[in-house]
Each structure stands twice: as C-alpha cells, then as structure tokens.
Design a protein around this ligand. Structure first.
Ligand code: GLY
Length: 368
C-alpha cells in the first residue's frame, strides 16, 4: 500500500493510495488518533458520489464507533460559494460538531475545497480528512492544504491553508468518474511529468492509451497516482505557502486560466491547462528554455490523452489577453510564467512579455 508522508513544520499527514480501501477509512482515522475525544464526523459529499460510495464510508466509520452525519451539496464550481459554505456551517451546528470532531470530504475538488475551508474556520479550525473521488482531486486538489470558495469576482479568492489529517485515495472509485473528467485530469498528470518527474513522463509515453480509465490496469493507475502525489508532496513540503517553488504547479495555468474565462468555462479546467501547456511550451522553445523535440513529446502525450492542443477559432485571443493582463501575475508588461527546461524540470520566469504571448497565440498551433 503506497503511503506518502507529507511533513511540514507543524503538521504531518499521510497520503494513502490503495485500490479497494474505501471500507478501511474509519480504521485509518482511528489509527491516526481521530475520534478519541469526539466520535462525530460530518461527511460532506454530493448526491451522485454519495449514492455510489456513501453507504460504504458511513459503514466504515460506524464499524469503528464513529458517529457519522452526512451533508449533500449540489455539484459544480458554480456552487463553491459562501451560500453553500453556510450549509456546511449550519449542519456542523445542528449536529453539534466539537473542536475535536472531524469533517470528511467525499468528492472532487469543489467538495474538498469547501469542506476544507469550513473545517479551517468552524470553531477556528477543526480536523478534516480528504477522500477524493475525482482524478483531478486525487492528483492535485486534495493534497497540500489549499482550501477555499469563489467570490463573484474570481475563483478561490476566499480561502485558507488548512492541511488535512489524512488523504485517503481509493483508485477504484474512478470507475464511476465521467469520461470527460478523467481525460481532463490527465492534463494535470502530464504536468507533473513535465515539471517534476521524468520517469512519470516516460511511463505515460510507454502506455498505448491515456484517454479512458479502462485502459489503465490497477497497478499502473496506482503507480501514476503515487508519482503525482509524491511530486505534489515534495513541492508542498518545500514551499507550503507558495512563496516560490509551489508556483511550478501552475505550468499551463497562466494561459489556461485565460482560456477558461474566454470560453466562458465551456472548455473545462483540464482541457484549458492542456492547451495552456502547449502554448507555454512553445514560448519555452522560442525563448530557448527547452527544445523543439521536448515540445513535440509533450504534444504527443496531450494528443494521446485526447486533449486539445489548439485553440478553437471560436475562442477570442483578445479575451484571453485581457484575462492575462488583468491577472495578478502581470508586472510592468511582463508575465510570470512557468516554463519547462527539460522533461522533469521547470523554472519560474517573469521575463515573458505580454507581446510575446500575443505573438504565440496569433500563430496558433497544429500538432500535425
Ligand atoms: N493546485 C495548485 C496548488 O495546490 O498549489
């Protein structure tokens, strides 16, 4: 059973990855000392996930004498709001959660971010556990303690760093993940291969298909999840609060975020990151940070995951640039960018001009 410790000066927790382990989550909490003072656990989820996995998790908790409560929230980024957050507070109040009680997020990134933020703020901070059920949450959102909600003016503008006590990953739950979500999250997996883990990149290159869950054997999927979690943990351990290194995780996100906005979110996060990585890679070639050969290998992987490499004509380049210009990463006409230097390493630079980005966006890109 791969167990990755994430150790920070004041916190330490495990990321555990094991197929078929959902029914052991209660025992895992007990082993880590949760529930000794208060047996209450508020399980926050959404209806589809809870229908599939709720009973198993509730039984796992009851079997080791926890007292679980449930709260189901509507799925989707547009519900990551203060209104929904208050539903968690209301439920915490109605079941009299105490300081030593626990919240458990059973769902994707939205559920994890909101539950984490509720746990960070309820009674000035209580324990929480991440049980991610989407590939995106397993490789990224559930690890590292970023929690928060959206504000009308932007994503994740309200938030806190609050580390979970445990991240419990059962890859088997990905069987019920919608195919588009699986594919989109593969962009983040590829990202780790580029910025951190050349062996992960090579593994992805060896696999004949990357676009559907059914193409991955359980051991291979477990290895991929373990490598991504290891990469994220190593980065967070060196830079919990994103004062430097952690920004590497934004590879593909600068332009990607602009694409999400310009497409009015019709292009989802992972798809936008895939296109954003291609453009960032082109900039890296142009600036001689890395080679055209590395660029082609990246494009090949993105194509194999059946993710887009190009911007559809319907997306306005001008709107992307407007989003980039208003982004907090611009200073003096220069943008902060993560650029790859070789397969498995990247750097953060603030030497990229908005004009160069405009030039690259105008060229567009065709992989064939
Ligand atoms: N999702 C990026 C980070 O955790 O820093």
């Amino acid at each position: 059973m791969p167990v990755i410790p994430l150790t920070l000066p004041q916190y330490s927790y495990d990321i555990v990855i094991e197929a078929g382990s959902l029914s052991q989550v209660g025992a895992a909490l007990r082993q880590r000392g949760l529930g000794t003072k208060s047996p209450k656990v508020l399980v926050v989820s959404h209806p589809r996930i809870f229908r599939h996995y709720g009973a198993q998790v509730m039984t796992a908790l009851r079997s080791v004498s926890f007292e679980p409560y449930e709260l189901l929230l509507p799925p989707g980024e547009r519900y990551k709001t203060a209104t929904t957050l208050h539903k968690i507070y209301d439920r915490a109040q109605s079941c009299y959660l105490e300081r030593s009680s626990c919240m458990l997020a059973l769902g994707g990134g939205v559920i994890g971010d909101m539950t984490g933020f509720a746990a960070a703020t309820w009674l000035r901070g209580i324990n929480f556990v991440q049980v991610p059920t989407s590939l995106l949450a397993m490789v990224d959102a559930a690890i590292g303690g970023k929690t928060g909600i959206n504000h009308a003016q932007g994503k994740n503008l309200i938030g806190a760093f609050h580390q979970p006590r445990l991240v419990w990953i059962d890859p088997q739950v990905l069987q019920t993940l919608p195919p588009r979500e699986f594919r989109a999250a593969m962009a983040e997996v590829i990202k780790y291969g580029v910025i951190w883990d050349a062996q992960l990149f090579a593994l992805l290159e060896r696999l004949p298909h990357l676009d559907q869950r059914r193409y991955f054997s359980t051991p291979v999927l477990t290895e991929i999840l373990t490598r991504c979690a290891q990469a994220k943990a190593e980065i967070v351990m060196q830079d919990e609060r994103e004062s430097g290194l952690r920004a590497l995780l934004n590879f593909g996100h600068t332009i990607g975020h602009g694409i999400e906005i310009a497409s009015h979110y019709k292009i989802n996060h992972g798809e936008a990151v895939a296109i954003g990585m291609v453009f960032a890679s082109l900039i890296a070639v142009k600036m001689q940070f890395w080679s055209a050969d590395c660029h082609q290998r990246l494009v090949n992987l993105i194509s194999k995951a059946k993710l887009p490499c190009t911007l559809p004509d319907s997306i306005s380049r001008a709107e992307i640039l407007t989003a980039l210009r208003s982004d907090k990463k611009v200073e003096g006409g220069k943008l902060r960018f993560v650029l790859p230097t070789t397969i498995g390493a990247a750097t953060i630079t603030d030497t990229i001009s908005v004009d160069l980005v405009e030039e690259i966006l105008a060229i567009g890109y065709t992989s064939n």
